[in-house]
Design a binder for this molecule. Structure first.
Ligand SMILES: [Zn+2]
Length: 315
């Protein structure tokens, strides 16, 4: 059985844009679905891609910004009723992601918080997030089973805060490794590598050019990498500290080809576009500039793009 990569959404940043869903990808291998990030529209992207919610095994979160986590609640709760087999509830969906940071990051002269939300736990980690999704939706989880046949909500989900670097998941068929990457104050932010018998796929998460990501991606078949066009932002009103912060968050389109070349991957697939609007920068323009310095194949990712491993050639 082959392994398949599907891009469910390719937009970067939280603000919704027309025509492109928020960042999320799926890797289907061994009959199970592994989702990486849960941006805006993930449950719709999942079903539009023809993926089966009964096969959803794991969700991996790269970091805890809302554009990567906002539709985690929906991904768990909408298909809850489908998470049952003849013998009862399916095994819980496993959600992996960063834990709480050692401390709440402080701001600088240009960017600070005014109000600290939920000061008793101001930087919840993945386990906290999943626990609070269950707590916040306790009404639905406790009341809906009184009117419809639902699996036991106690079997819906399990969450794990992962420690990096290293192997964070290995069941003999899929091995997932993670490293910490660099994404401004979003600490920790992670990149993931999936190794299967059919090949390997790496997801950059959101990061500046990062040597640990390049080492993680070494020799991979596919690198799904975020891309930003800082020049575009500069031409559209961004300047000073705001533009400087953006440069500390993301890999620019002029840098991503060098990342792929140093990693020696076979194919670079662009995703998590900043700017996110599909009309802002054309796919051809993204590819032309991102591919500079990379001897492999560069492809502009789009919602619904599929890749099969092992690679059968062609486009
Ligand atoms: Zn992002």
């Amino acid at each position: 059985m082959a392994t398949e990569l599907v891009l469910l959404g390719t937009a970067g940043a939280p603000a919704p844009v027309a025509g492109r869903a928020g960042i999320s990808s799926a890797l289907v291998t061994g009959g199970r679905v592994f989702v990486v990030d849960c941006g805006r529209g993930t449950p719709s992207g999942y079903v539009n891609a023809g993926l089966d919610f009964a096969r959803l095994a794991c969700v991996f979160l790269s970091h805890l910004h809302a554009d990567h986590t906002g539709d985690l609640a929906g991904l768990l709760l909408y298909p809850w009723g489908l998470r049952a087999g003849p013998d009862g509830p399916l095994p819980p969906v496993q959600v992996y992601g960063p834990g709480r940071p050692a401390q709440l990051p402080a701001g600088d002269a240009a960017f600070q918080r005014q109000t600290t939300i939920h000061p008793e736990l101001p930087a919840p980690g993945t386990t906290d997030l999943v626990g609070q999704i269950l707590a916040g939706y306790a009404y639905h989880l406790n009341v809906m089973p009184l009117d419809a046949v639902m699996p036991d909500p106690g079997q819906l989900v399990r969450a794990t805060d992962i420690t990096v670097p290293g192997v964070v998941f290995d069941d003999g068929g899929v091995r997932v490794s993670a490293v910490e990457v660099t994404h401004g104050h979003a600490v920790p932010a992670l990149a993931y590598r999936f190794d299967t018998a059919d090949g390997s796929v790496v997801f950059s998460g959101d990061t500046t050019v990062n040597d640990d990501l390049i080492a993680l991606a070494r020799g991979a078949d596919i690198l799904v990498h975020q891309v930003a066009d800082l020049g575009y932002l500069a031409r559209h009103g961004w300047s000073g500290a705001a533009l400087q912060h953006m440069a500390g968050l993301h890999t620019d389109v002029t840098e991503v080809g060098g990342v792929a070349e140093r990693a020696g991957v076979r194919e670079l697939i662009l995703s998590h576009y900043v700017p996110a609007e599909p009309g802002a920068v054309s796919a051809a323009d993204w590819v032309q500039r991102a591919g500079k310095g990379f001897s492999g194949r560069t492809v502009a990712g789009r919602d619904g793009l599929r890749r099969t491993l092992p690679d059968a050639g062609g486009d």
